[in-house]
Design a protein around this ligand. Structure first.
Ligand SMILES: C[S@@+](CC[C@H](N)C(=O)[O-])C[C@H]1O[C@@H](n2cnc3c(N)ncnc32)[C@H](O)[C@@H]1O
Length: 171
């Protein structure tokens, strides 16, 4: 790959980024329980985060698990966990394009992480059988689904929470 092509490679290393050697073995296995259908085919087209996402998306649960949705139709919002299958897993310092300096993976919401699990608190529009229509998802079409949970404002919301480096950046 030429230097110019490396610069444009969304999965390549940027200046200041650091990768580590991954462990040889996995500690656990998991089931993909469905797929998420979104309008976005390329990473650059995706909303940067779930808050910016206003398109209706479909969470397609494998029919095997559909009984597990019983009662969820009463929720206004759901926590959706998904597997960022196109992300690299070895980055420990990252320099996202829209931030000036590199930061640690665990200080960021980047999809690149040892276990590329993403989360969104999405508005539940409706449930039809094994399909949930939601607003507030920021992944590529076909992204594997890991879990769905009801969002409880009473226990999950922390209205005064702050991420210092991000708050300072906006000042
Ligand atoms: C910054 S992450 C945030 C993910 C999630 N809302 C979170 O906070 O955990 C969202 C970005 O991940 C990228 N992305 C989306 N789907 C992906 C996939 N299947 N594999 C790798 N990267 C993906 C897109 O660039 C998207 O803008």
């Amino acid at each position: 790959m030429t230097e110019a092509a490396k610069k444009d490679d969304p999965y390549g290393l940027r200046e200041g980024e650091v990768a580590v050697a991954l462990p040889q073995d996995f500690d656990a296995s998991l089931y993909y329980i469905g797929r998420i259908r979104t309008p976005w085919r390329r990473r650059e087209e995706c909303p940067k985060n779930a808050h910016e996402a206003d398109a209706e998306c479909t969470v397609e649960l494998d029919p095997r698990w559909a009984d597990g949705l019983k009662g969820l139709e009463t929720a206004t919002h759901v926590i959706v966990l998904y597997w960022m299958d196109k992300a690299r897993r070895d980055l420990m310092l990252q320099a996202p394009r829209h931030y000036a300096e590199p930061r640690g993976t665990f200080a960021l919401r980047s999809p690149a992480r040892p276990n590329p699990i993403a989360l969104a608190v999405a508005r539940l529009v409706r449930i039809d059988g094994n399909r949930l229509t939601v607003v507030g998802i920021d992944c590529l079409d076909g992204t594997p689904l890991l879990d769905i949970k009801p969002y409880f404002a009473s226990t999950d919301a922390v209205p005064d929470a702050v991420v210092g480096w991000h708050a300072e950046r906006k000042r």
